[in-house]
Design a protein around this ligand. Structure first.
Ligand SMILES: Cc1ncc(C[n+]2csc(CCOP(=O)(O)OP(=O)(O)O)c2C)c(N)n1
Ligand SMILES: [Mg+2]
Length: 805
């Protein structure tokens, strides 16, 4: 079975506008090369650091980008452009009137055009940010799924928008990234008829020419996954040669040649290229091959051999038309190209970061018909190219008012009616809250969840029973046995079940978290994952934040608290994610009510028109006695407690809570604890009180919020000479206690909370999990890691000794 659509029909309009398109492509190439040249060789350099920019990678896709933006795309289509084509992309946007000429000399400059297309920072419209290879390949797939979901769920708005197509233009070496295949295997993405991936098949990565003929294997992999795989392999000149007598000998020879040989052949002078071409053929085919190229002069031969479909506007138009006819499955187009097309280092195995010299740039400008004295000139009035630019600007809807985002209501901050048992875990309350919110008329319709095959074990069951599982068609329940979880499939479903791929979960969050900006309706997407496996998709999580997606990530269970599950499942780095990743609010609630409040705050971050952010909740399965929270409720009341939780923490106990009054002058120590170890911290503080030590217990519900407040205050002080404020930590540790020593404790790496010592310069003993655990009970593992009550007491005494000096 042929996996590739070998000979799809030729397009009737083939060749139309081709000279104009070729002229546009030449100008795009010139502008892209000149932008990189400006950044590296014209703009004053700083500190001898190379600025960079990719002339060869840009040249490789100039023709494809031209075919897309000047021919095939329609208004509303969304495109991800491979990272290293940023200069070529901006050149296109400039010609289409979306970028001022003053930006062209500012590639890679502070406040200028970004090295890699960025939807948040570039001044021209970028649909998907790219940069980390592989992610841009799949972002449009998840956006297409979001488009499908919204068209079904929002009939009055999104469903009325014209159909959109989703395009990923990717480098061939991006397909080395596993996340691409994780998405291709995801069944929910398998029938996206409006998705086209275009592979810029230049056979080169960063370091090398990719060995062998890998494309055959890759095409078969796409086809096996249900994709429609097509090729734009040869340009018109080569195709015409193949039609002539003995042309099939030439075609066979090139088809069967490995990448290394081909790259060498196109870079050799004509006579040598001819000898290599003919001598390398099987003995029985050499004569036919020699005849096939006999009429081609030596000087033209290398160029003829390099005449590939990815640089031929007619061939590109033909394959895009074929892609359009395919409505039931995604299409992948393998567009054969030359890396560094039309540049002196075209096809050179080391051209990835190569830059043209000044003379080469000048010669290129002349060859491409640009005005070297006026390098940023657009097409002159009255030319066919100018008319095309104007027409395409209109066709693509550029200059029209931006999409309105439908108004959304952030949830009321009073807890919904969630029943919180006397003893419960944060994971349990998460599931119960979600199930309750499913029925909320305002928020419910905008909630959507996903999990990478851990829906049941992260407690989404109650929600799924009410919300159903999203599918295009109604499906039968999986079986008719009465079970706690019904799994009702249908278009109304609001849970999306993914296969076991954390990368897919985060890419899903990145696109479902941008639906306001992309399609005009905001969602509150909630993804749940085992906390330790966040690490598996960390780059995609960073991506989701980088593009300013709004979402809630629930990591549960976390830490060594999932005791019997052992060392293979413990998470130690996640508690500092919020501190270390921009744009992520992070909470580790302890009590049921705190889970409800932090979830509502996270939903507000998704829906609030003016204050958008992403939220991470680090939860667990340990049943916690809810009465331990009584002192804070008594002291602050419910509202005060909630505000403190959202600000980052509260004092659960202080010296005045000692069962026996403490003698005046008792030494003061702060016990600062987060998450599931709070019961141990309570026990430790009780012991310290009995030892006549004035211990306070500060529960940190968000190290991130505390650190952000402190950081912001310190920066204010530095930049504006204002008083040094430290945010909520200043409330948690009043002035009289700021020198008191501290012991911190968390079911996480010990450094997670240690920063609190630096705020007022107090000695700190940080306790946490700094080793791999093993299976056991919670007491076994807390003892082993040194985070049980006994260790906290010892840590407090050590902190007092440090303080005493
Ligand atoms: C995740 C990730 N790893 C490594 C890199 C560094 N890198 C940049 S480009 C590149 C090779 C890209 O090759 P290809 O996708 O074929 O693009 P081409 O330059 O050939 O157009 C690599 C390894 C990166 N950007 N992202
Ligand atoms: Mg490549």
């Amino acid at each position: 079975m042929a996996v590739v659509d070998a000979d799809p029909p030729r397009s009737a309009t083939r060749g139309a506008d081709q000279p104009t398109l070729d002229a546009v492509a030449r100008r795009v190439l010139w502008l892209a090369v000149r932008m990189v040249h400006e950044a590296n060789h014209v703009r004053p350099s700083h500190g001898g650091i190379k600025v960079g920019g990719h002339q060869a990678s840009s040249a490789s896709v100039v023709s494809i980008l031209t075919a897309l933006y000047f021919r095939w795309l329609r208004a509303g289509d969304l495109v991800a452009v491979k990272p290293h084509a940023s200069p070529a992309y901006h050149a296109i946007q400039y010609l289409l009137g979306n970028l001022d000429a003053s930006m062209l000399p500012r590639l890679r400059e502070f406040g200028g055009l970004q090295s890699y297309p960025s939807r948040t920072k570039d001044p021209d419209p970028v649909d998907f940010s790219t940069g980390s290879v592989g992610l841009g390949a799949v972002a449009p797939m998840f956006a297409a799924l979001a488009d499908r979901y919204l068209r079904i769920h929002f009939h009055d708005t999104v469903a009325r928008q014209p159909e959109r197509r989703f395009v990923a233009l990717v480098g061939d070496a991006e397909l080395d990234e596993g996340n691409v295949w994780e998405a291709i295997l995801e069944e929910g993405l398998g029938d996206l008829g409006n998705m086209t991936m275009i592979v810029d098949l230049n056979r080169q990565s960063l370091d090398r020419v990719v060995p062998g003929i890998r494309v055959r294997r890759v095409e078969a992999m796409f086809a096996a996954a249900g994709w429609h795989a097509i090729e734009a392999k040869y340009g018109r000149r080569l195709q015409a040669r193949f039609e002539r007598p003995d042309g099939d000998a030439l075609r066979e020879r090139i088809d069967d040649m490995d990448n290394e040989e081909y790259q060498i052949l196109i870079r050799r002078p004509g006579p040598e290229a001819r000898t290599r071409l003919v001598d390398g053929a099987p003995a029985g085919r050499r004569d036919a091959l020699a005849r096939a190229v006999a009429g081609v002069p030596d000087v033209d031969l290398p160029e003829l051999l390099a005449d590939l479909g990815g640089h031929d506007q007619g061939e590109l138009e033909r394959v895009f038309a074929v892609a359009d006819r395919e409505r039931t499955r995604p299409t992948v187009v393998f567009a054969y190209t030359i890396k560094g097309w039309r540049l002196p280092f075209a096809g050179d195995s080391l051209n990835h970061s190569a830059l043209l010299g000044a003379e080469q740039v000048e010669a290129l400008g002349e060859a491409l018909g640009a005005d070297i004295g006026d390098p940023w000139a657009a097409f002159a009035e009255g030319t066919a190219e100018r008319r095309l630019c104007v027409r395409r600007r209109r066709d693509l809807g550029y200059g029209s008012p931006p999409l309105d985002i439908a108004p959304t209501t952030a949830p009321a901050m009073t807890p919904p009616d969630v029943r919180i048992p006397a003893t419960t875990s944060t994971q349990q309350t998460f599931g119960d809250t979600l199930a309750t919110l499913a029925r909320d008329p305002l928020v419910g319709p905008r909630l959507v969840t996903a999990a990478p095959d851990v829906a049941v074990s992260t407690n989404l069951g109650g929600w799924i029973n009410r919300a159903g599982v999203f599918a295009r068609e109604e499906g039968p329940d999986r079986d008719d046995v009465k079970r706690p979880l019904t799994w009702t499939l249908g278009p109304a479903g609001r849970h999306i079940e993914l296969g076991i791929s954390e990368m897919n979960l985060f890419m899903w969050l990145s696109q479902f978290g941008l639906t306001g900006e992309l399609f005009g309706e905001r969602l509150a997407p909630i993804g749940s994952v085992y906390d330790p496996f966040i690490a598996r998709g960390l780059d995609a999580l960073v991506y989701a934040l980088y593009v300013h997606a709004r979402f809630i990530l629930v990591g549960t269970p976390s830490g060594v608290t999932l005791a019997p599950e052992g060392g293979a499942h413990q998470s130690t780095v996640t508690s500092s994610l919020g501190i270390e990743l921009p744009g992520l609010h992070a909470y580790e609630p302890v009590f049921g009510r705190e889970v409800v409040w932090t979830m509502l705050e996270g939903i507000r971050g998704c829906l609030d028109p003016d204050d958008g952010f992403a939220t991470y909740l680090r939860l667990g399965t340990r049943p916690i006695d809810q009465s331990l929270a009584s002192p804070v409720e008594a002291r602050l009341g419910l509202d005060g407690w909630r505000d403190a939780v959202l600000a980052g923490g509260y004092r659960l106990l202080d010296a005045s809570d000692a069962l026996e009054p403490l003698p005046p002058g008792s030494p003061v120590v702060q016990v600062v604890a987060a998450g599931s170890v709070v019961p141990e911290a309570v026990a430790a503080v009780r012991t310290l009180h009995r030892e006549e030590i004035a211990a306070n217990l500060i529960v940190v519900t968000s190290a991130e919020r505390l650190a952000a407040g402190q950081h912001g205050g310190r920066l204010d002080a530095l930049r504006h000479g204002r008083a040094d404020r430290v945010g909520h930590l200043g409330t948690l540790i009043p002035p009289a206690e700021r020198r008191a020593p501290i012991v911190t404790v968390a079911d996480a790496a010990s450094h997670a909370l240690s920063f609190v010592g630096g705020v007022f310069g107090a000695p700190v003993v940080p306790l946490g999990v700094d080793t791999f655990g093993q299976s056991g009970t919670i007491p076994d593992l807390y003892g082993f890691a040194g985070i049980d009550a006994e260790h906290i007491v010892e840590g407090a005494i050590l902190a007092l000794e440090l303080d005493a000096g």
